[in-house]
Design a protein around this ligand. Structure first.
Ligand code: FAD
Length: 475
């Protein structure tokens, strides 16, 4: 291994090959703190050529590579295993916005560019890069593409795979595939770009991307709405689609438990409505400078919803500061959950028509498995995607983390089995990583698992690109 480390130092500079425990610490533990591995080294190449040199050297030495972006992934896919034999390849130095073309509606970036920086580059030319996640200040485009990230703008603009036109990828043998084409139309064979989207670093290292830009939406009308049930939220979604059409850009849901945690732990957070409600929805309409009637549309649809009983009360943002305060209630949930002790996360999708009944029946079932378990539910109801997260029961006003840990496997099985029965998905937007790789395979057909293994073997026959992630191990 000393030879490999020397070769890496020669290729990318000794300063960018980290081996000391203190230097690698931040790269070997995931955001959730559940996956803590060890690394042979963390390497930080500064260009596509350097990434290719690192991957070729590791392939030659038979050493596995774990690509890493902002390390905000929630399923342990971007950190090494416990063997200490894997090299973490961080894209953190590749932060160049290569080109912005407002007329073609494209931006071409290095894979290590942080999502918020892509949004800012688009804004500078009066365009919108719509992807929006709670982690946007630290996650990278390479990570977003590799997890096919979702977020709060999927309802209107689609998942990450709908926002990409071309990629540049270093293949597992070190060759570079230059697919950085910004063409809207290109029917010349298999769609290789899409193959790497959602592959979680198991087929190669994404080093660059051409992304789609959209017209800017400087006008917003935003409301925080109390709704009596998930069923009512789904009805409100239908009404909002009917009234607002393409202007409906956000439709997010959260239960009272989730909002109580935000109010308790997020500095400055306050409840914009007087009476507590079991469920809340954040609705936003967005439009161009000439779309002057958004507030009226929102008011009229909410008025109709209150009359029909699908909404109980609503607060409409009257200023950008009020809009930010409403968004903070929704976006603060992931962070504050951590403060409340152990958490069990489930990121599931259901057919929207089945969402309400599923949400009504799963809660009582989980209480049977772990009495007192706290259901912290929120998500992107417009996409049928709920983050059905659980916090430990309270015992003597303190979080009883042991009770949650002891019941964890049974709680997760109850959720996943019920989602599978409804033809839903056990990973809506976070991917499989190490956390869900085995569970996901158990809900897929043998044909689907075989296809995944065949693709992996075709591109990475030595199995050195992020092993243990996404592709189920052979028995
Ligand atoms: P990492 O965590 O570094 O890596 C994720 C995966 O991608 C790993 O498998 C890694 O090997 C691979 N990878 C990373 N870069 C590359 C590359 N260049 N080439 C090949 N493979 C690569 N996710 C959502 O979908 N929607 C949300 O709303 C959302 N909200 C979040 C809120 C918070 C507070 C946090 C902490 C996370 C949230 N996430 C969300 C999860 C996470 O931010 C996304 O999965 C994000 O896309 C990961 O990007 P990253 O750069 O941090 O990737």
């Amino acid at each position: 291994m000393d030879d490999l480390l020397d070769q890496l130092r020669t290729s990318i500079g000794a300063d960018h090959v980290l081996t000391e425990d203190a230097d690698v610490a931040a790269y070997v533990v995931d955001w959730t703190g559940t996956h803590a591995g060890r690394a042979l080294a963390v390497v930080r190449p500064g260009s596509t050529e350097e990434v290719a040199a690192v991957v070729a050297a590791c392939a030659g030495a038979g050493v596995a590579v774990v690509p890493q972006g902002g390390n905000t992934g929630l399923v342990g896919g971007g950190v090494p295993d416990a063997s200490g034999s894997q090299v973490v390849l961080s894209l953190g130095r590749m932060r160049r916005v290569r080109e912005v073309d407002p007329v073609a509606g494209t931006v071409t970036v290095d894979a290590g560019v942080v999502l918020a920086d892509v949004q800012a580059a688009a804004e500078k030319v009066d365009r919108l890069f719509p992807m929006s996640l709670g982690s946007e200040g630290s996650c990278t485009i390479g990570g977003n593409l590799s997890t096919n990230a979702g977020g709060t703008a999927v309802l209107r603009y689609g998942m990450t795979r709908e926002l990409v036109l071309g990629l540049e990828v270093v293949l597992p043998d070190g060759r570079v595939w230059d697919g950085l084409r910004g063409l809207r139309k290109d029917n010349t064979g298999y769609d290789l770009t899409q193959l790497f989207v959602g592959a979680e670093g198991t087929l190669g290292v994404i080093t660059g991307a051409v992304l789609r830009l959209f017209p800017a939406t400087p006008r917003h009308a935003t409301a925080w709405v109390a709704v009596p049930s998930v069923d009512a939220a789904v009805s409100l979604l239908g009404l909002a689609q009917q009234h607002a059409g393409v202007h409906l850009s956000t439709f997010e849901i959260a239960n009272r438990q989730a909002i109580d945690l935000v109010l308790a732990h997020l500095p400055g957070a306050s409840d914009p409505l007087g009476e507590p409600s079991d469920w809340y929805v954040l609705v936003e309409l967005a439009g161009s400078a000439s779309d002057t009637g958004l507030d009226e549309t929102l008011e009229s649809l909410l008025g109709e919803a209150v009359e029909a009983g699908t909404a109980v009360d609503a607060a409409i943002a009257g200023s950008p500061a009020q809009r930010s305060a409403l968004w903070a209630l929704r976006e603060g949930i992931s962070e504050v959950q951590k403060v409340e002790g152990a958490t069990l996360k489930h990121d599931v999708t259901l057919p929207i028509a089945r969402l309400a009944e599923w949400a009504t029946t799963i809660g009582p079932r989980l209480q049977e498995v772990c009495p007192g378990v706290r259901l912290v539910t929120y998500g992107h109801v417009g996409d049928g995607n709920l983050h059905y997260n659980l916090n430990a029961p309270l015992a003597d006003d303190r979080s009883d983390d042991d009770a949650l840990r002891a019941a964890a496997a049974d709680l997760t099985a109850a959720i996943y089995d019920s989602v599978a029965r409804e033809a839903g998905s056990i990973s809506a937007e976070h991917g499989l990583g190490r956390t869900k790789v085995v569970a996901a395979a158990s809900y897929k057909s043998d044909v689907e698992v075989d296809l995944m293994r065949a693709l992996k073997h075709a591109l990475d026959p030595a199995g050195l690109m992020n092993p243990g992630v996404l592709v189920p191990p052979t028995q």
